[in-house]
Design a protein around this ligand. Structure first.
Ligand SMILES: O=C(O)CCC(=O)C(=O)O
Length: 310
């Protein structure tokens, strides 16, 4: 169970501290999780006990759930960070496409979530070269934590992007496979509430109620789900069940080297095109200004010749 005492080390807004404390992994959730560890569920790892329970069917191979990765104080800092980024994003103050609202056509059904994206922009699992903010220091700190737990190891696995998903109660994600432009593994840290994810190659159902999953797991508060191997696609998809309470998840991924090169190149080309356009517009403006000045000077000269002659 999560210890909450470290919360008192740094003064936090009371409401946030209470929210984090109230959402800490309760005994009931632990039981639920333990109960879920039947054949077909995940291998579960804890920092102090590398593999303590669980077994994997082939489709589950590559899935590992790490418990108690984010301590309460870090959870509180992340929640505050997301609250401020959401405020800025909703007010149109975040750079580029770092903030994405729930598409209006999906709001009524509860499909999708608000997103904050760092390092790269994705839309419906397609990676694009749109401008977003780089990973902020707090999320770099989480990457360090992932390394210290052995969840990712070495430069080839260290995440360079993060998609923050902010789910309202009742929201869900349909079955999907993360873009192949991301290296494997990728991993998701969960905050605020424990919710379910389903994995399988023939998941069906509607609006957050999924059937046909080969593997389901709860993602407890503070846990990290590491996805690699068959579970990461291309056949196996994952889908988020309708959330019983608000949840924030942070999906850390590393762009595959070729994808990173292509995106950097495309961003550089776009920046060069934009710089050339600005230079052309500025030159045209200067030209217009010079032409106006010349016209004024000619009119003045004509006037003074006229007055001398007159
Ligand atoms: O929120 C999660 O746990 C996973 C999110 C996800 O699958 C996605 O954004 O593609």
């Amino acid at each position: 169970m999560l210890a909450l005492c470290s919360c008192s080390a740094m003064p936090l807004p009371r409401a946030v501290a209470l929210a984090v404390a109230a959402r800490a992994w309760s005994a009931a959730e632990l039981d639920l999780h333990e109960a879920a560890l039947a054949p077909g569920t995940l291998a579960v790892r804890r920092r102090s006990a590398p593999l303590f329970r669980g077994c994997c069917r082939p489709i589950s191979s590559g899935l590992d759930l790490y418990l108690d990765v984010a301590p309460p104080l870090l959870q509180a800092r992340l929640v505050l960070f997301v609250a401020e980024a959401l405020r800025a994003g909703r007010a149109g103050e975040l750079h580029g496409k770092s903030y994405m609202p729930v598409p209006s056509r999906w709001v009524a059904r509860g499909k999708s979530r608000e997103m904050l994206q760092y390092g790269v922009f994705t839309n419906a699992n397609r990676v694009s070269d749109a401008d977003v903010l780089p990973l902020p220091p707090l999320l770099v700190e989480v990457c360090d934590l992932l390394e210290s737990f052995g969840i990712v190891s070495g430069p080839a696995q260290r995440p360079d992007t993060c998609a923050v998903n902010v789910y309202a109660e009742g929201s869900w994600l349909p079955p999907h496979v993360d873009s192949a432009k991301f290296a494997r593994p990728f991993c998701t840290l969960s905050l605020l509430s424990s919710q379910r994810v389903a994995f399988g190659d023939s998941i069906c159902g509607d609006d957050g109620s999924w059937r046909g999953a080969e593997t389901r797991t709860l993602m407890p508060i503070g846990s990290v789900l590491r996805v690699a191997g068959a579970a990461a696609g291309p056949r196996c998809a994952h889908a988020l069940s309708s959330a019983s309470a608000p949840r924030i998840s942070f999906t850390f991924r590393r762009l595959a080297p070729e994808a990173r090169v292509a995106i950097e190149q495309s961003r550089a080309e776009r920046a060069a095109r934009s710089a050339a356009k600005h230079a052309r517009l500025r030159a045209e403006k200067l030209e217009r200004r010079a032409a106006k000045a010349a016209k004024r000077a000619a009119a003045k000269a004509a006037l003074s010749v006229g007055s001398k002659l007159g």
